[in-house]
Design a protein around this ligand. Structure first.
Ligand SMILES: Cc1cc2nc3c(=O)[nH]c(=O)nc-3n(C[C@H](O)[C@H](O)[C@H](O)COP(=O)(O)OP(=O)(O)OC[C@H]3O[C@@H](n4cnc5c(N)ncnc54)[C@H](O)[C@@H]3O)c2cc1C
Length: 1013
């Protein structure tokens, strides 16, 4: 019975995961609706709660804070970003820069002394002092005083202000301190659920530390079970790779760890709740929770529980699932804390729809509907976590006289909301109480303030004096019914991300969905038929390399085949260039659709021929489709004849035309995306193309060309010439070639440039070259190490380091180098190196034996400098990801195109000089900066001589139309691929000027009216 209930619930979840918002909301609206009498009573309760909340505002620090520093004010933003970074900066020099940066522009004095809260005021005064000291030049009296008293004074003032902010939200630095604080009079009647603070684990060492912290906390709370306190556990803290792709590894491991903690809690007689995290983790967490719930050792213990997020479209079946477990479950209903990041991730990954609601009122409706289900459920002990008076009042209405549930709130928030309910009305309330040091606290604090500082949030609205009570307590059911449950108009579906004017975004694949992951894994690993086989549909595509020449043709044969290919294209060019741009653009759009329709087989070829991992293979197909759609749109908009001004009696027009036959020469590392990107840009501008893929990846190119023909590009307009350097040489040496688009090494680009100039009789033709780089990332001591490490791992080891944008040289400020390198080494340990078609693989093999030998030889030659390296499978071309220390930036002078990362340090205060030293290498492709100092970002923007600068993010994954890609200096000629100026370089411009008077007078001039007089 239970299994039937839980599996039906899981099926319902799968259906709702990315279902359309109105469809999901319809039954929820019915469930959350109430009659007039109920609504009246709810309003009565809610107004009472509102009054209590307002009365408590004189004590409520968060309300004070939100009132004083609105998040949309420059002071609010400055304060949050200062709070987030300040306490982790070890060196005074950077701390001062950070203070100057954050306090420099804000008007703190306007706030000083205005608030009723002593805490807000003392924090403000700290900031005013800081501002005066850092912001008003070096001549003011205070500045002079400080130059004598010393800069530490400023730091101390700001540090004290930041700590004060922290204390509001942290219950204690240790569990004992926190438990003691719970005994204070202001917490009388409340119980606590303690939360051990910290980021999600990045390394196994982090995870072990968190596991121990939880176990110690359970011991400590268990010393006084009668106090009724409990513990909250985050699964992401217990495993550094709590990801769907690692399901088979992390789910069993986490099940064991959670079961251990649960058994310990059961033994002590205290309750344990599993926090709710990102939506893609929900299914895994249910497997873990389900397995722990079924442990015989936990039979009879009623303390096990989980949190459920109402903003998720699957909330209702999750409740049904929990109710179907064969035991009592404590369920904490929350609205959800990851709303902004979930929306962004869905857009970035191009998924079909959002897993959560896009309107705040929809979340409220869902919360109320789900709450009702929980109150009716047989096996659920409900806990309702909210600071929203209307939400709380509605639950009171539905619960009637029952007190068989609890409310919950966060420590530091919602003061005043529950005091009367607990002390006079017999309700229970638990406080979610973070425990930990201030450093760990601040990221948590910023999260909470962002969450509750949003305009739509209840706490924010409460602090907004312009809003009436009726507005604050407006019925969410009515609001949502009014808009028919439709999605928020400012949050488009990912497919429409680029707007009505922009190109259609490519479709991603939801690898967090287990079913979709399984289908994808089967598809990419299905054996490809041998090249040249016959057949139709996808198989046909996989065998498309049939028309390739044999592997070792003679030089003459190659020469003549290339000449013949160019001849065909040359003959086809005039017809194609006369084809209206609209038709050419439509071919590209059809090609994009065909790429998506044939995604499975294209991904399989990418995985099996180019050793792309599954996410990289998806990225490859998406980027190719994006190029097609983006250039189609660009061509329509930009290739139209342009009327130009001139004297009367003259008509001036600028026409943009194709130049002739282009050679496009592609690399193996983006064998579909770059191969097609270059090619379709040349095609849509009216050129014919002879396209040469890399010798390592002919099949994917053949498949792409076959699809292009299917999309309507005539066969002679796009001709494929597979082969190695000889084919390339024959191609570029032919005088009929009117332009070359090349992506590959700087050395080959140079050879092509020379070849194009070799023949004195030949026109000088354009060369678009995209080449490599010695890409650096600069990290200062304000950066968040966890974020840095995640971005470094992605930038340097994803795609086995075989991206031109990949990070080659990590430059860490000396003061934090040890911490960052230690965390990075730990994170490297969590990498899986293996077959590219395995979803768990992070790093696959390198492209071929030559690359392998080169990289392994280099790696061996610097063995003494290894900071960290990893073991790899014995069979296959696996280069172990390796971190190599160098003494100076100047010691690295070559691009090592593989999973090899170099690290060096730089001194605080030398950012400009460090950037200049990187620039001096002469390459200019990508650069990264991790810093919380806005001024540092400005310096990098102004001084980094690179085509693509990435600030506080990874350095890979440029998106067509958002981050046009390409370098300068030794890294390429430009213009940028996927950018608004790319197409022009493929074109000839023709200006036509016609004297319209020559045929008998200037009719335009003579027919002018009197100009309004
Ligand atoms: C005791 C306790 C434990 C918690 N544990 C967890 C947990 O385990 N996991 C977790 O994720 N969160 C947890 N939270 C945080 C919680 O999810 C909410 O963020 C927070 O409580 C705010 O909700 P509210 O009802 O107090 O405020 P309200 O202001 O009524 O609601 C704010 C919430 O609405 C949602 N929202 C905002 N804008 C939109 C929009 N445009 N479209 C859709 N929804 C929107 C967001 O979820 C936001 O947090 C917990 C909160 C408490 C009090």
């Amino acid at each position: 019975m239970t299994t039937a209930v839980t599996s039906a619930a899981r099926e319902a979840m799968a259906k709702l995961y990315r279902a359309s918002e109105p469809d999901v909301l319809k039954p929820l609206l019915d469930r959350a609706a109430m009659d007039g009498d109920s609504r009246e009573r709810v309003m009565g309760h809610a107004l009472g709660l509102l009054a209590d909340l307002r009365a408590a505002q004189s004590k409520g620090w968060v309300n004070q804070f939100l009132q004083e520093y609105r998040l949309n004010s420059s002071e609010g933003v400055a304060l949050l970003s200062l709070a987030e970074a300040f306490l982790r900066v070890p060196d005074p020099e950077t701390a001062d820069l950070l203070i100057a940066d954050k306090l420099g522009d804000a008007d703190w004095r306007a706030h000083a002394g205005k608030s009723n809260s002593k805490l807000v005021n003392s924090a403000t005064w700290g900031l005013v002092v800081g501002r005066v000291l850092v912001g008003e030049g070096s001549t003011g009296p205070l500045r002079r005083l400080i130059s004598r008293a010393g800069e530490p004074f400023v730091r101390q003032a700001v540090g004290a202000a930041m700590k004060m902010m922290g204390e509001i939200f942290v219950m204690g630095r240790t569990i004992d301190e926190a438990a003691k604080r719970m005994r204070r009079p202001e917490n009388r009647g409340f119980t606590a659920s303690f939360d051990m603070l910290g980021e999600a684990a990045r390394t196994h060492a982090d995870a072990e530390r968190y596991l121990k912290a939880y176990a110690d906390a359970i011991d400590a709370i268990g010393r006084d079970p009668a106090a009724g306190h409990s513990i909250s556990v985050k699964l992401s803290a217990l495993h550094p790779r709590y990801e769907v792709a690692r399901w088979s590894e992390c789910v069993p491991a986490l099940t064991e760890m959670l079961a251990g903690l649960a058994e310990q809690a059961a033994g002590k007689g205290i309750a344990l709740t599993v926090d709710a995290e990102e939506s893609e983790r929900l299914e895994m967490s249910l497997d873990i929770i389900g397995a722990v719930a079924a442990r015989p050792s936990l039979k009879g213990w009623d303390g096990f529980g989980m949190a459920v997020q109402a903003y998720g479209k699957r909330a209702r079946p999750v409740i049904a699932w929990a109710n179907g477990l064969d035991r009592i479950m404590n369920v904490r209903l929350v609205k959800g804390a990851y709303w902004d990041s979930e929306i962004k991730r869905t857009q970035v990954e191009g998924l079909a729809d959002y897993p959560l609601f896009t309107r705040k009122a929809a979340t409220d409706v869902s919360y109320l509907a789900v709450a009702r289900d929980m109150l009716d459920a047989e096996n659920i002990r409900p806990a309702f976590a909210s600071h929203n008076a209307l939400t709380v009042a509605t639950i009171m209405e539905w619960a009637g006289n029952s007190r068989d549930f609890e409310f919950q709130r966060l420590h530091g928030m919602g003061d005043g909301l529950y005091e009367r309910l607990v002390r006079e009305n017999g309700y229970h309330c638990r406080v979610y109480a973070p425990v930990g040091g201030h450093r760990d606290l601040l990221a948590y604090l910023v999260r909470r303030l962002l969450e509750n500082g949003a305009n739509s949030s209840f706490v924010h609205q409460l602090a907004d004096e312009r809003l009436t009570e009726a507005e604050i307590l407006a019925d969410p059911v009515e609001k949502i019914a009014l808009v028919g449950g439709r999605r928020h108009p400012s949050i488009p579906l990912p497919v429409d991300l680029f707007g009505a004017e922009g190109h259609r975004n490519s479709a991603g694949l939801d690898l967090s969905d287990v079913a979709s992951l399984a289908t994808t894994v089967a598809a990419v690993n299905a054996p490809l038929p041998p090249a040249g086989g016959a057949g139709g549909g996808p198989v046909d595509l996989a065998t498309a390399s049939a028309d390739m020449p044999s592997p070792n043709p003679s030089r003459e044969r190659e020469g003549s085949e290339v000449a013949a290919a160019i001849g065909r294209a040359h003959a086809a060019f005039p017809g194609w260039s006369r084809t209206p741009v609209e038709e050419r653009a439509a071919c590209l759009e059809r090609l994009a659709d065909l790429l998506e329709e044939n995604r499975d087989v294209l991904m399989a070829i990418c995985v099996q021929e180019a050793f792309k991992t599954i996410p990289d293979a998806i990225g490859e197909v998406r980027e190719a489709a994006d190029f097609c759609r983006y250039y189609a749109r660009e061509a329509r908009a930009k290739l139209q004849p342009m009327e130009l001004p001139g004297p009367t009696g003259e008509r001036n027009t600028l026409h943009i035309e194709g130049r002739g036959v282009w050679a496009t020469i592609a690399p193996w590392n983006f064998p579909l995306a770059i191969f097609l990107g270059q090619t379709v840009a040349a095609l849509v501008t009216g050129n014919a193309v002879v396209a040469k893929p890399a010798p390592q990846t002919p099949r994917i190119a053949a498949a792409a060309v076959r699809l292009a023909h299917q999309a309507g590009v005539p066969e002679d307009v796009l001709v494929l010439v597979p082969g190695g350097p000889e084919v390339g040489a024959a191609l570029t040496a032919d005088v009929r070639i009117q332009g070359v688009a090349f992506t590959g090494s700087t050395g080959t680009a140079r050879k092509i440039a020379r070849a194009l100039l070799d023949d004195d009789t030949r026109p000088i033709v354009p060369l678009i070259a995209e080449t490599g780089g010695i890409n650096a990332m600069i990290v200062d001591s304000t950066a968040l190490p966890e974020q840095v490490v995640a971005d470094v791992i992605a930038s340097s080891f994803r795609s086995a380091g075989q991206r031109c944008s990949a990070l080659r040289l990590l430059l860490v400020q000396a003061d934090v180098a040890d911490t960052v390198i230690e965390m990075l080494s730990g994170a490297m340990d969590t990498l899986t190196i293996g077959a590219p078609g395995d979803p768990a693989t992070d790093v696959g093999p390198v492209i071929d034996r030559a690359a392998y030998d080169r990289l392994m030889g280099y790696r061996e030659s610097v063995r003494a400098r290894w900071v960290k390296t990893l073991g790899v499978p014995a069979d296959g071309l696996f280069v172990p990801p390796t971190l190599i220390r160098i003494d100076a930036i100047e010691d690295l002078n070559q691009e090592w195109f593989g999973p090899v990362l170099h690290v060096a340090t730089w001194e605080a205060g030398t950012l400009s000089e460090t950037i200049a030293r990187v620039n001096a290498k002469g390459y200019g492709l990508t650069m990264g900066l991790h810093s919380r100092i806005a001024r540092a970002a400005e310096v990098a923007e102004a001084e980094a001589a690179v085509g693509n600068l990435y600030i506080n993010r990874s350095m890979i994954g440029a998106v067509v139309g958002s981050q046009p890609f390409g370098g300068e200096g030794l890294s390429g000629t430009g213009p940028k691929a996927g950018g608004p100026r790319y197409l022009y370089r493929f074109c000839a411009e023709r200006a036509v000027s016609v004297d319209t008077t020559s045929a008998g007078g200037n009719a335009t001039l003579l027919s002018l009216d009197e100009g309004g007089i």
